[in-house]
Design a binder for this molecule. Structure first.
Ligand code: HEC
Ligand code: HEC
Length: 341
């Protein structure tokens, strides 16, 4: 990548699958991920490509270099751990075997290590319902409301009830997702749960290169996502399109007595081992879902875009009435002539 393209690193923590809990198609998401992905936040990358930052000790951390739009330029499918007080460097794992690392002073090394900057709230497992659905509510469901004109239906909160697959994964029934997730993930190319073993080429899975990114980038019916909305969709794709952000909220483990008891037992054991072998902490409870500043649900983002002829042609009259009712200021009687169906 040309120097200067990487603006930040996304710092991700894994809440690893307990033994026997991960599944292919029916567990955290469709075709992955194996593990809950928790975004700890981002850290700055300086103009010379250097970064110097603090990470929590005894914590499995993975990194994604981000561009100015918050899209991962490359995916790290491994992780690193720092012991308390340890200085971990990328060199050691990342330089060619027969070369020594560069000893030049970097810009980042001139100052103190940066703290991780939180990403729209405290560290938490990435959940489609909590991180992505609000973006769809804000920008998409005005048209993608289940009508004929704008498939797919992107309204949230409607669980799939007719799931059937030979590949449902470990858990009977599998696929406890929402329709909106099921529909949208089809447009997001990603490495999947068992991605190719070879190293990826940078940008291979860049969000702008997925069908969804392409569709929105080229001005999909005038929809103009704000930077946060774009970033949220990109982060979702970069993390392998998860649906659930904790193990405990998966219906197999929360609603079925057997599953719930099994999960509680392995989590108790994990906490016990952690207290024993990681006495310095942290002793996190990854099942806690912290409060986040809610992204505005009704921002009338369609009001500006809806005045375009192409948009109006795509809308049924009822959709148009609904859209206009929520943005009075742009109501114009003369527009009704544009309805096509
Ligand atoms: C403990 C060893 C280790 C350390 C330390 C480490 N990485 Fe990695 N990293 C790996 C491994 C192994 C892979 C290959 C996994 C894969 O195929 O994606 C990888 C892959 C990557 C990738 C994607 C592939 C590529 O080379 O572009 C990025 C980006 C990355 N690491 C960034 C970093 C950065 C930045 C640091 C330092 C802040 C770092 N890593 C430190 C082990 C490490
Ligand atoms: C103003 C109306 C409107 C809005 C707002 C809108 N769409 Fe669409 N979308 C459509 C219509 C109409 C279609 C049907 C195909 C076409 O004409 O593009 C469509 C099709 C799609 C498709 C299917 C494309 C295919 O190849 O089958 C996807 C995915 C999609 N939209 C995603 C989104 C997302 C995500 C948002 C919000 C960020 C959004 N749309 C906002 C009108 C809209």
């Amino acid at each position: 990548m040309p120097r200067g393209v990487v603006k930040k690193l996304r710092v991700i923590e894994y809440y690893f699958s307990r033994r026997g809990f991960g599944g292919l198609y029916g567990t955290l998401g469709l075709d992955g991920p194996w593990d809950v992905k928790r975004i700890l936040g981002t850290v700055p990358v300086r103009e010379d490509g250097s970064a110097f930052f603090k990470i929590p000790a005894n914590t499995p951390v993975s990194l994604q270099p981000l561009d100015a739009q918050g899209q991962a330029l490359q995916l790290m499918r491994s992780w690193l751990v720092g012991m308390p007080g340890e200085a971990v460097s990328c060199a050691g794992c990342h330089e060619p075997q027969d070369e020594v690392s560069n000893s030049r002073r970097t810009l980042a090394a001139l100052g103190p290590p940066a703290d991780i900057e939180p990403w729209h709230g405290p560290a938490r497992g990435f959940s489609f319902e909590r991180e992505v659905q609000p973006v769809l509510d804000k920008y998409c469901v005005i048209c993608h409301d289940g009508g004929q004109t704008a498939p797919p239906n992107l309204k949230g909160g409607r669980p799939l009830t007719d799931w059937s697959s030979q590949l449902a994964g470990r858990w009977d029934g599998g696929g406890r997702f929402t329709h909106a997730y099921f529909e949208l993930q089809r447009f997001v190319r990603r490495p999947g749960i068992e991605g190719d073993r070879r190293m990826f080429t940078p940008l291979e899975f860049h969000f702008s290169a997925t069908e969804l990114g392409q569709l929105l980038r080229t001005g999909h019916h005038g929809v103009a996502l704000d930077p946060e909305g774009w970033e949220r969709l990109a982060a979702w794709a970069d993390l392998n399109a998860p649906f659930y952000g904790t193990w405990g909220e998966i219906p197999q483990f929360s609603q079925e007595p057997n599953g719930a008891a099994r999960l509680a037992a392995v989590n108790r054991r994990a906490a016990e081992l952690r207290r024993k072998y990681v006495p310095t902490g942290p002793q996190p409870d990854y099942e806690i879902i912290p409060k986040t500043p809610a992204p505005a649900r009704q921002a009338h983002s369609h009001c500006a875009s809806v005045g375009k002829v192409i948009v109006i042609r795509a809308l049924r009259e009822s959709q148009w009435q609904k859209a206009m009712a929520s943005c009075q200021e742009t109501r114009t009687a003369g527009w009704s002539g544009w309805f096509s169906s």
